[in-house]
Design a binder for this molecule. Sequence first.
Ligand SMILES: C[S@@+](CC[C@H](N)C(=O)[O-])C[C@H]1O[C@@H](n2cnc3c(N)ncnc32)[C@H](O)[C@@H]1O
Length: 202
Amino acid sequence: MTTRYEAAYRTPGYYWGKLPSKTCFKVLELMPPGRPLRLLDIGCGEGRNAVFFAWNGYHVSAFDLSKTGVDKTRALAGEAGVEIDVFQADLVGYRLDEPYDILYASGVLQYIPPELREEVLGNYQAFTAPNGLNVLNVFVHKPFIPRAPDGEDTAHAWVSGELFTHYRDWKLELCSEEIMDCTSGGVPHQHAIDRMIARKVA
Ligand SMILES: C[S@@+](CC[C@H](N)C(=O)[O-])C[C@H]1O[C@@H](n2cnc3c(N)ncnc32)[C@H](O)[C@@H]1O
């Protein structure tokens, strides 16, 4: 089966562009790479954030379900002259078995079925080094926002605030909810999104 993003990434150019998300700058601020820091970009797409982090001196690993996304991440890293350990994996079955200082996932955790969230996040937390960060965002359900017209069957919106409840014992460096406009699929609509940067205080 060709996923929506696999098809989008096969078109010329970079679907998400080559510039990093705003949150990447917040990571630089909160945990600059003064020593070698291992960062994993979960669902890296075509690599815009992974390449930004590598370019700034982090030791970056990254994975995505999309083979073309992985290939384009590798190409973007080559273009920027940085090295990234990038591989194809499905976050539903993939579990970490080595520690990272920073786990970064943007626009991807909706692919974890609700019944697996506790276990998957438990794995991410267990393999976050002391004082490390989990930098995550999730699309959340709001009764006044209709489902996106191009919503996928494999995507499951989270309950508003749910992500934060998994991190009660961590230090929340950032925790917010916003409603954003979107035109993906060509039809204007909105998403509600919860953003969080949590620190595993040693
Ligand atoms: C909204 S895009 C975000 C891409 C990237 N994080 C960014 O900000 O540019 C969602 C990404 O999740 C990936 N994805 C979808 N299902 C996945 C899964 N089961 N495992 C890993 N990645 C998945 C898609 O291929 C796509 O690249």
